[in-house]
Structure formats: structure tokens, C-alpha cells
Design a protein around this ligand. Structure first.
Ligand code: DGY
Length: 316
């Protein structure tokens, strides 16, 4: 059967598909969207990336033999899952395997913001380091600070465990309410925003979470607070974040995701107090290889007529 892969994947997972006789077409990294969709229209299975927008009108252009879209990501807000279910196409994702890598990236951003790592590196490299000074680039301690987690799923929990090791007090808010197995206080959204020294976003992107953080919420935050986004860019209003940072309404922001990737709002790029990473949350060799293996497993299961273990929809 024909499998179209949106971009080359790390590791050798795709060999398992060719090994059992499937025809695998891996698109060139510089391919256009049209080229991808043209190839995908002939496919029995597609491996998509979070950057592929597979909305209803695009899905309508795909062939009737398509059985699965295996998204190479845990988030699948780029796919119209309801439309896929209507057309009896499975959608699968890659949960769990990227939890630790993404939680590590979150802590990387927390530390870089709290300790002003980008400014420090720039000062040294620009030849502006003229010797130790008691007041040189002072950051903020993590110990004793409140880490507010918005959206306490697997990644949120992994971040909480890491933050505890740094002596932070964890509090959280999640729309589904208190999670009984967790020792941390569940607080209202407003309390979380107001009380957090570090506010870390871990909610999926939905119509309810789009622009959940904007001018009003940023104004409610402590002046010394840091906001971290390793979830999805549109959860924060990027322009309003840039304006808050420029006016020093909050201390710092650490973002691994952006509203219109790969575009980053020019106002945000100008902010001295923003640490900006190019969506590398899950970007480790081990994690990306494992994601490829899971994606291939899902395809094998779907093409075998089974429901993939990591299907996010039902098609019966
Ligand atoms: C995901 O899988 O949703 C991540 O954003 C990828 O890094």
C-alpha cells in the first residue's frame, strides 16, 4: 500500500514499512504544500507533521482509500479529527514518549529566563564582560517560588516533578478539576495567573484556550513573573505578550511555540526579556526516533484493519 510521509523522519522506523512491502514516499523537506497534498491524495496512509494543516476542505481532497493520518506529534490541533471520523480515517498521535523531553525543555526555558541566560551569553560574546560584579545580570531564585501549571496532563506533571527538585511550590489549574493523585493545590485560573512566579502552559490548543493569555491576564501577573509556553503558540496573544515584555509588565517569557510558525511576531523578536526557541520541545534523538516508531506502529495497525493503539478517534 502507498504511504506518504510529509517530511524525512529521524531513525530507521520507515524501513519496517518498506520491509513488509509497502510503497513509502518520503517528501523532500523543501516540498510545497501542494506537492505534499498531491502525493497524499493517492495514499492509504499519511504521516503528517504538526505544521501540516489538515482541515476539512483539505481532507476532502484526499483519496477515499486513506485509512490513517498518523501525526508525528502529541498535539493534533492541525487536523480536523471530526471530519476524519466522518470519513472513516483514523488519526493517531504520539503521546507519552515526548513527555520527558518536553518537560526538560520547559525547565530549560524556566532557568534561562530566571537567570537571564541569553543576556548573559550576549554580554560575554559582545566583549562587554569586564569582570565580576556584585550586580551583574542578577536573575531570580527558583527555590521557594510558585510554579503555576496551566493544564495538568502528562507533561504538566513531569514539569511539576522537576520543579519540586528545584524547591519550587507547585500549584495548578486544569479545566477538568482536581486531580486526586496529585499533592499540589488546584486553584482557580485567576489565582494561578496572579500567584505564579513562573506560569507554565501545558494545555492543548482548542477554541477555549486560544488567546487564553492576553493583555488582561498579563496585567494580572506579578511584575517579577515569568511565563513559559511549550504548548501551542496561539494559547498566548503574541503581540500582547511582546507589549507586556517591552513595558516590563512581567520579568521574562520563554517560548518554544508561536502563533504563526515559523513566523515570530517582530515585536516579540525585539524583546530583550524573551527567550525564543524554534519549537524543539520534543527534539532529542531518542524521543524523535521513538515518535517515528510509534507512528509506524499506528500505520501498520490501521492498514491491518485494526484500531491503532494511539488512535485519537473512533471510526465505527
Ligand atoms: C507535539 O508533539 O505536539 C510537540 O509540540 C512536538 O514538539
Amino acid at each position: 500500500m502507498k504511504i506518504v510521509v510529509s517530511r524525512p523522519l529521524p531513525g530507521n522506523a520507515l524501513d519496517r514499512l518498506t520491509g513488509i512491502g509497502h510503497d513509502v514516499k518520503v517528501m523532500h523537506p523543501d516540498r510545497s504544500n501542494e506537492e505534499f497534498l498531491k502525493a497524499a491524495a493517492q495514499a492509504d496512509a499519511i504521516v503528517s507533521m504538526l505544521s501540516d494543516q489538515l482541515k476539512a476542505e483539505t481532507i476532502a481532497r484526499l483519496g477515499s482509500k486513506l485509512k490513517i493520518i498518523a501525526n508525528y506529534a502529541v498535539g493534533y490541533n492541525n487536523i480536523d479529527v471530526d471530519e476524519c471520523s466522518r470519513r472513516k480515517i483514523y488519526v493517531a498521535n504520539t503521546p507519552d514518549v515526548l513527555t520527558d523531553a518536553t518537560a526538560d525543555t520547559t525547565m530549560l526555558l524556566v532557568l534561562m529566563c530566571m537567570r537571564r541566560a541569553i543576556e548573559s551569553v550576549a554580554l560575554l560574546r559582545d566583549g562587554r564582560f569586564h569582570g565580576w560584579r556584585p550586580d551583574l545580570l542578577l536573575g531570580l531564585d527558583l527555590k521557594g517560588k510558585n510554579l503555576g501549571i496551566l493544564g495538568m496532563g502528562r507533561i504538566g506533571e513531569a514539569v511539576a516533578r522537576r520543579a519540586e527538585a528545584f524547591g519550587m511550590n507547585v500549584l495548578y489549574h486544569t479545566r477538568s478539576g482536581v486531580k486526586k493523585h496529585l499533592p499540589y493545590p488546584h486553584v482557580s485560573f485567576e489565582t494561578l495567573v496572579k500567584e505564579s512566579d513562573v506560569l507554565s502552559l501545558h494545555c492543548p490548543l482548542t477554541s477555549e484556550t486560544r488567546h487564553l493569555i492576553g493583555k488582561k491576564e498579563l496585567a494580572m501577573m506579578k511584575k517579577t513573573a515569568v511565563i513559559i509556553n511549550t504548548a501551542r503558540g496561539p494559547v498566548i496573544n503574541e503581540l500582547e505578550l511582546a507589549q507586556a515584555l517591552a513595558a516590563n509588565k512581567i520579568f521574562y517569557a520563554g517560548c518554544d511555540v508561536f502563533e504563526e510558525e515559523p513566523i515570530v511576531n517582530p515585536e516579540l523578536l525585539k524583546c530583550r526579556n524573551a527567550v525564543l526557541l524554534p519549537h524543539i520541545g520534543s527534539g532529542t534523538v531518542e524521543t524523535r526516533n521513538e515518535m517515528a516508531e510509534m507512528t509506524v506502529n499506528s500505520i501498520i495497525q490501521a492498514l491491518d484493519g485494526q484500531k491503532p493503539e494511539f488512535a485519537v478517534n473512533r471510526i465505527d
